[in-house]
Design a protein around this ligand. Structure first.
Ligand code: ADP
Length: 470
C-alpha cells in the first residue's frame, strides 16, 4: 500500500511541536509494518537540509495567481529516516529557514499543495492514500476531487489528521485565483464563514478525518475556533486515534541527550544523576521536588497561568520546591518568566527558546511535568514524561484525559485536575510535594508509568486498519 504523508513539519528535518514528532515517526512504523510510506514537505533552509544529500527528481513550474514559480522535488538520498523524504523547493517561496510566521504563509502553503499535485500528476505516479496533516495540506482533498486538472488521480482516497483544530489557514476569497480551474458548482466546499478555509474544506472533502485523541474528536464539536457545527455534522467521518511515541528516539535507556541512561529498574539513580546535572547547570537545588514545563508559551497550553502557579506554590512551599521552564512564545510571558527567575533565584529557572537536547534532559531530570493546557489535542509531553518516569500533572482535557490516570485511582500514575485555574493547578502541586516525600509510593508510580506502552506500534495498527477500510 503506497501512502504519501503531506506535512509542514517532520522531525528531525523541521519541527515546532507535536506535528513534527508524529510525521517523523508514524511513517517509519508504517513501513516497518510493510507499507510503502513517504513524507512530502516544503523545503526549509535548515541544519538537516544543509547536512544531507538530495537528488533532484522532478522540476517544473506552477502558477500561483499572476505569478509563476519554478519548483524542484528533492529526494533525500539514503532514506535514513526510515522512509523516503521528498522536499518541494521553490526559490523565493519555499526555501526559507522558519516553518511558520511569514506574511505570505498562505502563498507558501497553497503553492506547496499545487506543486505536490502537479508532481504526482505529471510524473504519472499514483498512490493508495494521500494522508494530509492539518490545514497546510487541507486544500489537497478539495483540489483532487474538484479540479479537472487532476482527473487522472482523482480516485485516490484522502485522509486528514487534525493535530490542532484552532488553526485553519483561512484566507480571503480575493485569493481564489491562486487555485487552478475548479468545478464552479463546488466552490461552496471551500467556504466557511465567508472565507476560503483549508481545514474546513479538508473536513468536508477528505474521505475520513482523524484527530490525535478520541476525547479531542468530541471536543472539536464544542470548541474549534468556529468549526464546531462542521465537526458536529461531519462527525460520522471522524475517528480519534491517540498518538504514539517514537520509542527509538524517546528511550531513557539509549537517549544520547541524557547525562545518564536508565531503565525501569535503575530509574531512581538514573533520574537523580540527570537532575543533579540539570540543577547544577541552572542554579537549582537537586534535593527538592523539581516541577518542569516544556512547551509553547501560549494560552492554549495554559502558559499564562504559569507565573501565578509558580508564585503561589513557591510562597506556600518556601524553600521546598523548584521549577524549571523551557519554552518560547508570547513575548510578554517570556519577560514575566524571566522576572520570576530573578525574583525566585535558586528556586525557579527559565530557558527561553527551543532546545531539543535540553528538552530530553529536562524530561529525565524532572520529578513532575506540569501541563495546565486549556486545549490539548493529544499532547506528547506527558507521554515522554511517563516513559522517563516523571509524574505528569495535567489539566484533564483532550489527549491528557485519554492518557493520564490520577494516582488516586487503582491503576493510576499521574496527577490530574478538572478545572482550568491556577488555584486547581496549585492544589495538584501540593499533592506532588506530598507524593515526593513518600518515596516508596513515588517509586511504585514511577515503575508503573515507565511500563506503560504508548509506542507507535499500537497506534500505527489503527491507521493501517483505516487505510484498508478505504
Ligand atoms: P504542540 O501543541 O506544541 O504540538 P505537543 O505536546 O503535541 O504540543 O508536542 C510538543 C513537542 O514539542 C514535544 O516534542 C516537546 O518536547 C517539544 N517542545 C515544545 N517546546 C519546546 C522547546 N522550547 N524546546 C524543545 N522542545 C520543545
Amino acid at each position: 500500500m503506497k501512502i504519501f504523508h503531506l506535512s509542514a513539519e517532520c522531525y528531525p528535518v523541521a519541527k515546532v511541536g507535536g506535528l513534527g514528532d508524529v510525521v517523523g515517526a508514524l511513517p517509519k512504523y508504517l513501513n516497518q509494518a510493510g507499507l510503502d510510506t513517504s513524507v512530502v514537505m516544503p523545503f526549509y533552509d535548515r541544519k538537516f537540509t544543509r547536512e544531507n544529500l538530495f537528488d533532484v527528481i522532478f522540476e517544473a513550474s506552477t502558477k500561483l495567481g499572476d505569478k509563476r514559480y519554478e519548483f524542484q522535488v528533492l529526494k533525500e538520498q539514503t532514506d535514513k529516516l526510515g522512509f523516503p523524504l521528498y522536499l518541494i523547493k521553490a526559490p523565493g517561496l519555499l526555501d526559507r529557514e522558519n516553518i511558520y510566521s511569514y506574511p505570505d504563509e498562505t502563498e507558501q502553503f497553497v503553492f506547496f499543495q499545487l506543486a505536490f499535485l502537479d508532481w504526482l500528476n505529471w510524473s504519472q505516479q499514483t498512490a493508495d492514500v494521500i494522508h494530509c496533516h492539518d490545514h497546510h495540506s487541507g486544500l489537497v482533498p478539495f483540489l483532487l476531487y474538484h479540479s479537472a486538472l487532476y482527473k487522472r488521480i482523482s480516485n485516490i482516497p484522502t485522509i486528514l489528521t487534525i493535530h490542532n483544530g484552532q488553526y485553519h489557514g483561512a484566507f480571503s476569497w480575493d485569493k481564489f485565483n491562486y487555485l487552478p480551474e475548479i468545478d464552479p458548482d463546488s466552490t461552496g466546499l471551500l467556504d466557511w464563514r465567508g472565507g476560503i478555509n483549508p481545514l474546513a474544506a479538508a473536513v468536508k472533502c477528505a474521505w475520513k478525518y482523524t484527530t490525535v485523541s478520541p476525547t479531542y474528536l468530541h471536543e472539536l464539536t464544542i470548541q474549534s475556533n468556529g468549526l464546531e457545527y462542521l465537526f458536529y455534522t461531519e462527525g460520522q467521518k471522524g475517528r480519534g486515534i491517540i498518538n504514539g511515541i517514537d520509542t527509538q528516539v524517546w528511550n531513557p535507556e539509549t537517549d544520547p541527550m541524557l547525562v545518564k541512561n536508565y531503565h525501569t529498574k535503575t530509574a531512581d539513580k538514573g533520574k537523580k544523576e540527570n537532575k543533579d546535572a540539570l540543577c547544577e547547570k541552572f542554579g537549582l537545588s537537586p534535593d527538592k521536588p523539581l516541577v518542569v514545563f516544556i512547551g509553547r508559551l501560549v494560552d492554549e497550553k495554559g502558559a499564562d497561568l504559569i507565573p501565578a502557579i509558580i508564585r503561589k506554590s513557591l510562597d506556600k512551599h518556601k524553600g521546598a520546591l523548584s521549577f524549571m521552564i523551557l519554552g518560547s512564545g508570547e513575548s510578554g510571558l517570556e519577560l514575566e518568566l524571566k522576572q520570576l527567575q530573578e525574583q525566585f533565584a535558586g528556586e525557579c529557572s527559565v530557558y527561553i527558546g527551543y532546545n531539543e537536547e535540553l528538552a530530553h534532559l529536562v524530561y529525565a531530570a524532572g520529578d513532575f511535568l506540569l501541563m495546565p493546557s486549556r486545549v490539548e489535542p493529544c499532547g506528547l509531553n506527558q507521554l515522554y514524561s511517563l516513559r522517563y518516569g516523571t509524574v505528569p500533572i495535567v489539566h484533564s482535557t483532550g489527549g491528557l484525559r485519554d492518557t493520564v490516570i490520577d494516582f488516586g485511582n487503582e491503576e493510576g500514575y499521574g496527577i490530574t485536575f478538572n478545572n482550568i485555574s491556577a488555584e486547581e493547578a496549585c492544589v495538584s502541586i501540593d499533592r506532588a510535594v506530598t507524593l515526593y516525600a513518600n518515596t516508596p509510593h513515588l517509586k511504585l508510580l514511577r515503575k508503573r508509568m515507565m511500563e506503560l506502552d504508548f509506542s507507535w506500534d499500537r497506534s500505527a495498527k489503527e491507521y493501517i486498519q483505516l487505510y484498508e477500510s478505504l
